[in-house]
Ligand binder design. Structure first.
Ligand code: SF4
Ligand code: FES
Length: 248
């Protein structure tokens, strides 16, 4: 396949940035999208030009770092996958593909397609953990009975990979889907009850402090989430928040 790539290039946080056109040939339909970018970068390096900076790590849909817009859609045209799982067979010979970084005030661009998602780390640090007694008297987790429905819902919430597609797809740049997944995975389990009140209050406060917008129930986050995190988690977080506000 021969393709035209229109890629957002931005030297640094204070650079204005612009779209630059690149022609790329000999693209195999079996290549992943990131492998196609690797080939482009190899060409650029051989020509003495600056390669395109993009984040990646696991390349198997687990780490959440390969975050970018492909033709205006978070993680590209296919659903329930990350960019590293997107393959060039999803495109046609002669296509023009727009590749851009996430756009959100709380995710400032560092370089080209890489944004700073450390706001998510700070939200996690505010409450995305449990405290366990490791003195030797710890109860074996397998001996704690948990309803199957709660266990399944907690597991589903825990599959959030922190990619930020929910924020990038939301017209308000809301992080509610991400935060609600992190709150829910503990709210549904007995191990999460000890810190439940502080957790939801602190994580929501940190979310607001980081400059994420509010949720207006448009549901774009759920549609673009590569892990299928459900809006039900936002409803659960709102219930947790309300009840914690009365207790707190
Ligand atoms: S909720 Fe979905 S879109 Fe948002 S960070 Fe988690 S995995 Fe990514
Ligand atoms: S590189 Fe890890 S999810 Fe894509």
């Amino acid at each position: 396949m021969n393709l035209t790539l229109k890629i957002w290039r931005q030297k640094g946080a204070n650079d204005k940035g612009k779209i630059i056109d690149y022609a790329i040939g000999d693209v195999s339909p079996d290549m992943s999208f990131l492998e196609m970018l690797d080939v482009l970068n190899q060409d650029l390096i051989e020509k003495g030009e600056e390669p395109v900076a993009f984040d990646h790590d696991c390349r198997e849909g687990i780490c959440g770092s390969c975050s970018m817009f492909v033709n205006g859609q978070a993680h590209g045209p296919d659903s329930m996958i990350t960019v590293c799982q997107l393959h060039m067979r999803s495109f046609n010979d002669g296509d023009t593909i727009y590749i851009e970084p996430w756009r959100a005030t709380a995710f400032p661009v560092i370089k080209d397609l890489i944004v700073d998602r450390s706001a998510f780390d700070r939200i996690q640090q505010a409450g995305g953990f449990i405290s366990v007694n490791t003195s030797g008297n710890t109860q074996d987790a397998n001996s704690i009975p948990i309803e199957k429905e709660n266990a399944d819902n907690a597991f589903d919430a825990a599959t959030c990979i922190g990619c930020g597609a929910c924020v990038a797809s939301c017209k308000n740049s809301s992080a509610m889907l991400f935060v609600s997944a992190k709150v829910s995975q503990f709210a549904l389990l007995p191990q999460g009850q000890v810190e439940a009140t502080d957790r939801v209050l602190n994580m929501v406060k940190q979310m607001d402090d980081e400059g994420f917008g509010n949720c207006t129930n448009t549901g774009a986050c759920e549609v673009e989430c590569p892990k299928g995190i459900s809006l039900e988690n936002i409803a659960r977080m709102n219930r947790e928040y309300l009840s914690a506000s009365f207790k707190g």
